[in-house]
Design a protein. Sequence first.
Length: 201
Amino acid sequence: MKAVLIKDILTSKGLLRNYLLIMVIYAGVAYMNNNIFLFSGMLLMIPMLMALNAVAYDEKASTLRLMVASGISRRQLALSKYLFGAVMLVAVFAINFVVVTIAETALLGLFTSVLFCFVGMVYLSLLLPFLYHFGTEKSRIFMMLGVLIPVALGAGLSSLFQLLNLQLSDFMLVSGGFVLGVVVIAGSIIASIKILERKDM
């Protein structure tokens, strides 16, 4: 799996310049709007875009077939993209922590970095099974829905709570969100492994 991870990182090197340019632009927009979280939100998209690029490269170059033939299991192939996403999110964590700490405080930088990276891993977990099953072209729409659905769901739940006059503590919301996120990530990994095990390469 280490070899697959290195391959994914190397094939994504060409996109780093573009992502750095996007980060600079969004940092400027966030500064002008006095809202650093615009920058943090943009960072969430980078691991998903890089995962999309890694899977697209595998499809175009038929590397999955070659790696399976070389003895790498399909389970390892499935897990490698999650590991790749996690590595990218570590980089996102570091960048966001430094930027938010400079703009605000270290405590806020730490909190937002942990929160945004966890949300980013959940988004990535929602996307990967679709990438493995439908391919990159058909999965682009699911990538957009992966951003819009949680927002719509959150707004809908908020309206429902107000309508029913329900109140949840911050602890309950954070705990419930964490548990739901872990379930999504675990379910995604299981689904991706099963998809690749059945996929004709």
